[in-house]
Design a protein around this ligand. Structure first.
Ligand code: TRP
Length: 332
């Protein structure tokens, strides 16, 4: 029997629009792989989503959809804690506390803030600025050992560690200092049309990205049209961004190494390779889409799951919040 307690993992995903193959291979598939080994807490970060303007009905739909997708992926509410961030008030409460232990200068240096405030110049709100503090609260409430994050969130995780260390330095051992989790198989999925750019759902060229819930015909069309190069050899190469990306995707889905893939397609053209990648992706995503369609129809069952998830999360989060509040000197 396993006697040692499992290490804890926490991560969140924003419900902002359709999730892509990039979100799947870069993050969600790893969540699934971690589920057995770790004690996992995963949330839909809806509070973070409103740092940019959202249309209410669409936001609501996306929160449901993101939660349903977590279930459809195979995340199991019996094994992991799956909840919606705004359902656990402790996130906002701890965020306020932590914001008083975070310097204006530190937040001003965050590269995502600089990028996003340039992109949404008409709405540089205070929430956008203090976004990493809320993220620090998300993390620190659950005392995780590891936080899986992509490259774009690494700076935010570092600031969460800094804030935690600072707080612990003043008040003693309140928060666990989490480490970033570098997944064994992690793919940074690039645009199928401009493979020097990250795959993004906000790309206007709809052939450049694949949604997790895309139907097989659309997926095949997008892969058939994927940009490659003129060398006609399936192998990793410095200037072969398109092929590198397709090899990365095929490898993440099938578990084959780049060398095995090169051997498999020796003497074959890019056409064959693109079909094979498309088919592998279709088969990988098919069961997820089918389960999703069943889950999203049953709103009552969905509600029961996210309410239970919030209760489980709340229990853990409350304890950490109370401890932090007490240390600061609040009357409890
Ligand atoms: N900011 C993250 C993103 O946009 C989402 C997120 C919110 C998160 N809270 C978190 C990720 C806590 C990890 C841990 O991708």
């Amino acid at each position: 029997m396993e006697m040692e307690a499992k290490k804890k993992v926490l991560s969140c995903i924003q419900p902002s629009g359709m999730l892509t193959l990039g979100n799947y291979l870069g993050a969600l598939k790893n969540w699934l792989n971690m589920q057995e080994e770790f004690d996992c807490t995963f949330a839909v970060a809806d509070l973070h989503a409103i740092t940019v303007r959202q249309e209410p009905a669409k936001l609501r739909q996306q929160i449901y959809s993101t939660y349903a997708l977590m279930l459809a992926l195979g995340l199991d509410p019996e094994k992991s804690t799956l909840f919606i961030q705004s359902h656990v008030a402790a996130h906002s409460q701890l965020a306020w506390l932590l914001s008083c232990y975070t310097q204006f200068g530190e937040m001003s240096r965050m590269t995502q803030f600089k990028d996003k405030s340039a992109k949404h110049a008409d709405n540089v709100n205070v929430g956008l600025f203090s976004y990493p503090v809320l993220m620090a609260a998300d993390i620190l409430l659950y005392k995780p050992d590891f936080v899986p994050v992509g490259a774009d969130q690494k700076q935010h995780l570092e600031i969460a560690r800094d804030i935690a260390e600072r707080f612990n330095g003043i008040y003693g051992d309140v928060f666990t200092i989490p480490d970033p989790y570098i997944p064994k198989i992690g793919a940074r999925v690039m645009s199928l049309q401009d493979p020097t750019k990250k795959m993004s759902k906000s790309d206007e060229n709809l052939n450049s990205w694949v949604a997790i819930l895309d139907n097989p015909d659309d997926i095949m069309r997008k892969f058939k049209r994927a940009v490659t190069d003129s060398e006609a050899r399936v192998c990793i190469g410095e200037e072969k961004h398109g092929i590198n990306n397709l090899i990365g995707i095929y490898s993440a889905v099938t578990g084959k190494t780049a060398e095995q893939i090169t051997a498999e397609f020796e003497g074959k053209g890019y056409g064959d390779f693109k079909l094979a990648v498309g088919e592998a992706v279709v088969e990988e995503l098919r069961p997820i889409r089918e389960r999703y369609e069943a889950i999203i129809k049953d709103k009552a069952a969905l509600e029961e799951l996210y309410r239970n998830g919030a209760q489980k999360a709340e229990y853990v989060a409350r304890k950490t919040l109370s401890k932090a509040m007490k240390k600061v000197g609040f009357v409890l």
